[in-house]
Design a protein around this ligand. Structure first.
Ligand code: 9WN
Length: 444
């Protein structure tokens, strides 16, 4: 490693250490002071470069929050044990209802009260929706690197239950892909694909707390209008008791996201490999069948241009946006040659290409806002996942080129949440954990 890379790796290490909370890592101390689902999966891969023990702990703490139905929450609140106890016994007492959200949800909105004080399997407060299931892929990569059978084996059942949930309760119509019930589930909150389905959500929430804007420029965050609808969906879900199958079948927001589906297909394939390596033949078969089913469903609705787009299930319309959600299809374990060629072209030379990775939105799209979150900027996790997919499908040179672009963006813009696609300028939250983790992994 040359001196410059060595310095960058040291900055990435220091960032992870600053964001470390012992058993999990906050995405960014000021903007996101809790644990997030796909963040933890990426972050575990960074910890692997520092301490394999700490890497396993990241995934263990994520899966410990699993719900009885198999859902692994998208957000798990930092919850001091005495507060959890207090709420468990006294949450009907008005003063507790008023004070506790301020303590636990401090500095982040929505607080746990919005989700009806839902708790994860380990007692921490959590949300009632999920996020892209990257964890099985991270588990496989940890196992490949460490060979730690007992720790890998201990995670198998929770990962399999989560995948089953996604393909059962979240697929009431048997489409072969999970239905997302909130934009936050895609991990790409204000992506243009969600504009039309969100437009249908009549806002019931008028006052929106925005502590996120204390630390990040408003122009780089979702709008208040987005938040009114995000929070309305949370309120309606809580009011209806978060009946997952019902929400997936008839809820106010129902979409298919090619990025989420491709990540799930890959996660099932990776869990199948892991189960096989651990001698769990039955589970290996089940997960291989799940992987095939999702990949086939995605392939079946891929357009003549080799790309799949988001679907709004309220009217079965296909989004006209070409976003990184489509690009992420490249992580699916099986792809036609035509799709692979199209995806490689789109991310490396085409409308999503940037010298700093993969754009979140087509550079020619009328909705493009190069500084605003998932409507234009480049994100490190997306570039890294696309590079992983290209490598899996044998496009090693393209994969290596993309990784160089991703690392270049961190070098140019610092350890930030996202980057301007033209200049590589750092945007959004500072000290962003998955950026540090994935950059560290690639620098070694
Ligand atoms: C809502 C934590 C998360 C990421 C998401 C990203 C952003 C949250 C927010 O931050 O979403 O879940 O408050 O904006 O969109 O991908 O997991 O880093």
């Amino acid at each position: 490693m040359d001196v410059l890379d060595g310095r960058l790796a040291a900055v990435c290490r220091a960032t992870l250490e600053r964001d470390d909370r012992g058993s999990y890592t906050v995405p960014a101390p000021l903007t996101y002071p809790h644990q997030w689902n796909w963040d933890s999966a990426f972050v575990a891969l960074g910890w692997l470069e520092i301490s394999p023990e700490r890497a396993w702990r990241e995934l263990e703490s994520l899966l410990a929050a699993q719900q009885p139905n198999g859902l692994v929450p998208h957000l798990i609140y930092a919850t001091p044990a005495p507060i959890a106890e207090l709420v468990a016994h006294l949450h009907d007492v008005p003063v507790v209802r008023r004070l506790v959200p301020a303590l636990v949800g401090r500095r982040y909105s929505p607080s746990p009260a919005w989700w009806g004080w839902r708790r994860g399997g380990d007692g921490r407060f959590c949300s009632a929706i999920t996020q892209p299931p990257v964890a099985a892929t991270a588990t496989w990569l940890l196992f490949e690197a460490t060979g730690d059978e007992p720790r890998a084996r201990a995670l198998l059942p929770a990962l399999a239950r989560w995948h089953r949930f996604l393909l059962d309760e979240r697929d009431p119509l048997g489409l072969g892909e999970p239905v997302l019930i909130h934009p936050w589930e895609s991990g790409r909150d204000n992506a243009p694909e969600w504009d039309a389905p969100l437009d249908r959500v009549r806002p019931e929430v008028t006052v929106v707390p925005r502590p996120d804007r204390d630390h990040v420029d408003a122009a780089e965050r979702p709008s208040d209008d987005h938040y009114r609808r995000f929070l309305t969906l949370v309120r309606r879900g809580t009011r209806s008791g978060w009946r997952q199958r019902e929400l997936a079948a008839r809820g106010p927001f129902r979409v298919l996201d090619p990025g989420f589906s491709a990540i799930l297909a890959r996660a099932c394939a990776d869990l199948s490999r892991l189960a096989d390596a651990l001698g769990e033949r039955r589970l290996a078969e089940v997960e291989a069948a799940r992987a095939e089913r999702v990949a086939a469903a995605l392939a079946a609705r891929t357009g003549g241009d080799g790309l799949a787009r988001a679907i709004d299930l309220a009217d079965d319309s296909e989004s006209d946006a070409l976003s990184c959600g489509s690009a992420l299809a490249v992580v699916a374990p099986s792809l036609s040659a035509a799709s692979l060629d199209a995806l490689e072209q789109v991310v490396l030379q085409g409308p999503l290409a940037s010298p700093f990775g993969v754009r979140s939105l087509d550079r020619g799209d009328r909705r493009l806002r190069p500084r605003c979150y998932w409507r234009g900027p480049v994100w490190v996790n997306v570039g890294w996942l696309c590079a992983l997919g290209l490598a899996t499908h044998g496009r090693r040179r393209s994969s290596a080129l993309l990784i160089r672009r991703v690392v270049e963006c961190v070098r140019a813009g610092g350890v930030r949440e996202y980057y301007a696609p033209g200049s590589g300028r750092g945007l959004g939250a500072h000290d962003f954990a998955w950026t540090a983790a994935l950059c560290l992994r690639e620098l070694g």
